[in-house]
Design a binder for this molecule. Structure first.
Ligand code: MOS
Length: 720
């Protein structure tokens, strides 16, 4: 199996990340952030900053660079410094440019800002009273047409067993290892921008719009990304400011966020509150599901974390279902896509509630889930194209030793030991993608697309699928990514990249073979006028073969270029598509200190065809560790003032190696060619889904204490 192609470069420090680019004459920009949560900037005294050593310029809303707000498939992207309104603490309000990072930083501390302050709303709990209907997320109620019900309440009335509880999840930051940055340089009216992203052509389009130039004038080049998870989907403040200021100053500009700045000058995951009600008969068959969600958002209402619509609308067969989604606008840093937006926090609530129902019914929680397996999303006629969730549970139960679990947990010396499970689901999606293939006279092929590999392994996957499509050994394929000058690739987001780019590679492969056979049989070619076929890099006719490289040389061609494009289409009218998984967790809770250790995790996943077991396993292990982290560690703490109190890696808790026990990953491998010709359903996000619930369910099994919020802390288990 192919190892990650960029692995050696990354672990030896040779991979050049965005901020590793240094250019002659380059200067450094340092952000100034607001120190109030809401108000209008009345004044910014930049005199001291401007006369500090090495300072070239200071930009503020009073002395700004002009930027226009761009809009893309990810929505409108806020651009900095365009007005004096402050809507959260830590909002970018200025940029100091100097001849070194340190001088820019020191001068930024000298900027004096005066505000006309206004009352700020920073508490999610308080804000819920003034929640608003979420845009584009309609309240839905599906009622069994044969039951003569007036409303979902009737369905609960008619349910012999009802569980109705409220759950909460915390605000998180993506906490990618690589902070957001940008290095911008103009040559004439052409901009080259190095900035970490999840799709270089999308950033190029955003920046071009913001600067009022043609998209062809902006080239975003960034082959290596140190983690993104949704947090680099939208174009960043450094990218906009470095580009604009570089144009204004006529020299290269680098802007790098500090770790603390990443916590507020980018966006994170919303807090949520979710009320889940489940009604069932005594055999555990669901009669009614109700899921009402609230999520925090910024004052601009820029993002909805769709927990109800991401989970209850899809997961279980139920004749009666009601979902609603509300938003709670606050003066807090913006929210955005984060690994499994909707499903990650949504599954905590739904899968905790299912566990509570199992306890109420005195039923095995896996059995309860199997009894309510959906063959199609409730209220939809389109069956799942493939669903092997039951097999995930069977395989997982066996390997994890689920049969040894007792409903009361067990003890091992001073440790209370418990096991929990949860379902994981994430929709199988595709995005439009174009891939170019260049066949070269040296017998190699370049497979290229503009998208990004933020650590997912896409580069390596492109090499494998490219080799298949061209029937060549992988050593002869050179994959290229992360340059907006390449054919417009998909977004590395929504777990779509393999299915999207992979399908486009296959189509480009067909085009490449067509082109080669046409060339081989064309006028003056070795097989002129003959029927030519292609296999393993060679063209064949009349019992003779010629390697494609030799053919190109004979024809005096250095290379031949073709492309293939794919987009979601007709399949969407025929089936519903999703990846599935079963998450198993074992926890140990110390009898006296209440310390919680996750001793074992196992995820068994149905993600369609697995292109590369090693990379897929690593991706899913990472996702599962994310889930553990959400369950036990992560929470951005916002003070009443709106200041993020723990915006650094000393106090924003993330798991370290010692927090992680055994993390097993298995696949049930059923290629799903109803979704796309590659057969891959996507696995970037599903790894994290369900884990937090499985941890909470295991904690309950170990201790008898049901904690309905994450992160779960020691204090939550200090009960008699
Ligand atoms: Mo992501 S949240 O799939 O960028």
């Amino acid at each position: 199996m192919t190892s990650r192609l960029d692995g050696p470069l990354k672990v030896t420090g040779q991979a050049k990340y965005g901020a590793d680019n240094n250019l002659p004459g380059m200067v450094y920009g340092y952000l100034v952030l607001s120190t109030t949560a809401r108000g209008e900037i009345e004044s910014m005294d930049v005199t001291a900053a401007k006369s500090a050593p090495g300072v070239l310029a200071v930009y503020t809303p009073f002395d700004k660079v002009d930027l226009t707000t761009p809009s893309s498939m990810l929505g409108e992207t806020w651009v900095p410094l365009q007005n004096r309104e402050v809507s959260y603490y830590g909002q970018p309000i200025g940029l100091v440019v100097a001849d070194s990072f340190e001088r820019a930083r020191d001068a930024a501390a000298l900027v004096e800002t005066g505000y006309q302050e206004a009352p700020a709303k920073t508490s999610f709990e308080d804000g819920i009273a003034e929640a608003e209907v979420a845009p584009d997320r309609e309240d839905l109620e599906i009622l069994d047409p044969d039951a003569g019900l007036e409303s979902i309440a009737d369905a609960f009335e008619a349910s012999p067993v009802v569980v109705d509880q409220t759950y909460a999840t915390a605000t998180q930051n993506h906490a990618a290892m690589e902070p957001h940055s940008a290095v911008a340089a103009w040559e004439g009216d052409e901009l080259t921008l190095h900035t970490p992203n999840q799709g270089s052509h999308m950033v190029a389009a955003d920046v071009a719009t913001a600067l009022g130039v043609d998209a062809s004038q902006v080239r975003v080049v960034n082959p290596y990304v140190g983690g993104a998870f949704g947090g680099k989907g939208k174009t960043s403040t450094p990218a906009f400011l470095a580009s604009a200021v570089s144009r204004a100053l006529g020299r290269p500009v680098k802007v790098v966020l500090t770790r603390e700045q990443v916590f507020t000058a980018t966006a994170g995951r919303a807090s949520t509150r979710q009320r889940v009600a489940l009604g069932a008969d005594r055999e555990g068959r669901l009669i009614a599901v109700r899921h009402d969600s609230w999520c925090s958002t910024d004052a601009a209402r820029s993002f909805v974390e769709p927990t109800s619509h991401g989970t209850s609308l899809e997961w279980y067969a139920t004749p009666n279902l009601a979902v609603s989604q509300r938003i709670v606008p606050l003066n807090v840093p913006p929210t955005t896509f984060m690994r499994a937006p909707g499903e990650a926090p949504g599954s905590f609530a739904l899968e905790s509630a299912i566990d509570e129902l199992a306890i109420e019914l005195e039923m095995d929680p896996i059995e309860l889930r199997k009894r309510n397996n959906s063959t199609a999303p409730p209220g939809k006629d389109l069956q799942w194209s493939s669903k092997h969730l039951d097999e995930c549970f069977t395989v997982g139960s066996q390997r994890f030793g689920w049969a040894n679990r007792s409903p009361q947990g067990r003890t091992e010396g001073d440790w209370q030991v418990g096991m929990g499970v949860a379902v994981a689901m994430f929709p199988a999606l595709r995005s439009p993608a174009t891939v170019g293939i260049e066949l070269r006279a040296d017998g190699t092929a370049v497979v290229s697309t503009s998208g990004a590999d933020p650590g997912t392994g896409l580069l390596t996957v492109m090499s494998t699928i490219g080799a298949e499509a061209l029937d060549l050994p992988e050593e002869r394929i050179t994959p290229q990514l992360g340059d907006s000058a390449l054919p417009p690739g998909g977004l590395s987001g929504g777990s779509t990249a393999t299915a999207s780019v992979g399908t486009a590679i296959q189509l480009a492969g067909v085009a490449a073979v067509d082109e080669l056979t046409a060339l081989a049989s064309g006028p003056g070619a070795p097989f002129e006028g003959k029927d030519v076929t292609y296999a393993h890099g060679e063209l064949f006719a009349d019992g003779e073969t010629i390697a494609f490289g030799d053919l190109l040389r004979r024809l005096g061609r250095e290379s031949v270029s073709v492309s293939g494009s794919s987009a979601p289409g007709e399949e969407l009218t025929k089936h519903s598509f999703s990846s599935f998984g079963a998450q198993f967790v074992e926890v140990k809770v110390h009898r006296w200190t209440r310390e919680i250790r996750v001793s074992r995790m196992l995820g068994v996943f149905d993600c369609g065809r697995i292109i590369n077991d090693k990379l897929a396993t690593s991706q899913l292990q990472g996702g599962m560790i994310w889930g553990l982290s959400a369950a036990l560690h992560e929470a951005m703490e916002v003070e009443g003032s709106g200041r993020v109190a723990n915006g650094d890696f000393a106090s924003y808790l993330l798991p370290v190696n010692a927090d992680i026990g055994e993390v097993g990953v298995e696949f049930v491998k059923y290629p799903d060619t109803l979704h796309n010709s590659v057969g891959a359903k996507g696995l970037g996000e599903i790894g994290t889904v369900g884990v937090a619930a499985a941890v909470a369910n295991a904690v309950c099994n170990a201790t008898g204490v049901r904690v309905r919020h994450i992160p779960i802390t020691i204090e939550n288990l200090l009960v008699d």
